[in-house]
Design a protein around this ligand. Structure first.
Ligand code: ADP
Ligand code: MG
Length: 257
C-alpha cells in the first residue's frame, strides 16, 4: 500500500514544462532518492508535494486522499514534514530551544514561548535531540554548531510533528563526504525505526547509491527511470541523458549547484 501516490503530475511555467506527466509511488519505510541534472524539475516536484506550488495538472495522494493544491500548512498537518536546503535555525537560541519552538509552532502558540513558557516541551525536545544524536549539545546556541550538526537539529525540528512522509531537499549540501554519509545513515535509522517514508534530492551519487532503497530519475521534467540503485545504475537512458553519452557514474556531474 502506497503512502504517497503521484499521478500525471505537471507544472508549466509559461512555455517550460518543468514537471511533465510524472508518476511514482512511495511506501511507508522507504527511502527514495530523486535525482536528475540541474533544471530537471526536482525542486518543482518537491514544492508541489509540499504545497509551495500548485500543480498545473495531475494528482498527489497521501493515504489515498488528494493533497494537490492544498496549502503548505494543511499538507504539513496531514503528516508531511520538510527540511530546507538553507539552514533555518535561530542562531541565538539554543539547540533545545529551536526544537521547542518547532514543537510549539504546531499549536500556533509560538508567542507564548516569548512570554516565558520556555520549559514547555523541553522533555519532548530532548527526546527528539536524542534521536539525532544531539542530546549532549542541547544547551549550546545553534550559532556555535558545526554545519553538519545544524542539519541534525533541523532534522529534529522536522520530526517534531511526527511526519509520515519527510521531504529533504539536498539535505547534505555543503557537507564533507563523511558527514553526508553520517546524515543519511541517521536518516536511514529514523526511516526504519519510525516506518516513516523519505523523499530526498542529492547531488552525490555515492550517497544516493549507498543509502536509497529506490531512485527516481528526472530529466527535462520527465521521469526517465525508476528502480533500485543497481538497476538505475545500469539503465542506458539514465547513463545517456543524465550523465552524458559514454560517461560513467564515477565520472558523473560531481557536487554542488
Ligand atoms: P531542479 O531542481 O531539478 O534543478 P527546477 O525544478 O528548479 O529543477 O526547475 C525545472 C525547470 O523549471 C527549469 O527549467 C527552471 O528554469 C524552471 N523553473 C523553476 N521554477 C520556476 C519559476 N518559478 N518560474 C519559471 N521557471 C521556473
Ligand atoms: Mg533544485
Amino acid at each position: 500500500m502506497s503512502l504517497l501516490q503521484v499521478q500525471g503530475l505537471c507544472k508549466a511555467f509559461g512555455g517550460v514544462r518543468a514537471v511533465d506527466q510524472v508518476d511514482f509511488a512511495l511506501a511507508p519505510g522507504e527511502l527514495l532518492a530523486l535525482i536528475g541534472p540541474n533544471g530537471a524539475g526536482k525542486s518543482t516536484l518537491f514544492n508541489m508535494i509540499g504545497g509551495q506550488l500548485a500543480p498545473s495538472a495531475g494528482s498527489i495522494r497521501l493515504d489515498g486522499r488528494e493533497i494537490a493544491g492544498l496549502s503548505p500548512r494543511r499538507i504539513w498537518a496531514r503528516g508531511v514534514g520538510r527540511t530546507f536546503q538553507v539552514a533555518a535555525t535561530f542562531g541565538t537560541l539554543t539547540v533545545a530551544e529551536n526544537v521547542q519552538m518547532a514543537l510549539l509552532s504546531h499549536q500556533r502558540r509560538v508567542f507564548s514561548f516569548w512570554r516565558g513558557a520556555a520549559a514547555q516541551h523541553r522533555g519532548q525536545a530532548l527526546a527528539l535531540l536524542e534521536q539525532v544524536d544531539m542530546r549532549e549539545q542541547a544547551d549550546r546556541p545553534c550559532s556555535e554548531l558545526a554545519y553538519g550538526d545544524v542539519k541534525r537539529v533541523e532534522l529534529a525540528m522536522a520530526l517534531s510533528n511526527a511526519p509520515r512522509l519527510l521531504l529533504m531537499d539536498e539535505p547534505t549540501a555543503g557537507m564533507a563526504p563523511a558527514e553526508r554519509h553520517a546524515l543519511m545513515g541517521l536518516t536511514r535509522r529514523l526511516v526504519d525505526e519510525r516506518g516513516m517514508a523519505v523523499l530526498f534530492t542529492e547531488h552525490s551519487m555515492d550517497v544516493v547509491f549507498a543509502h536509497a532503497d529506490r531512485i527516481v530519475v528526472l530529466a527535462r521534467g520527465r521521469l526517465i527511470a525508476q528502480g533500485p540503485p543497481a538497476q538505475v545504475r545500469e539503465d542506458a537512458r539514465v547513463q545517456e541523458v543524465y550523465f552524458g553519452r559514454g560517461s560513467t557514474f564515477a565520472a558523473g556531474p560531481g557536487e554542488g549547484a
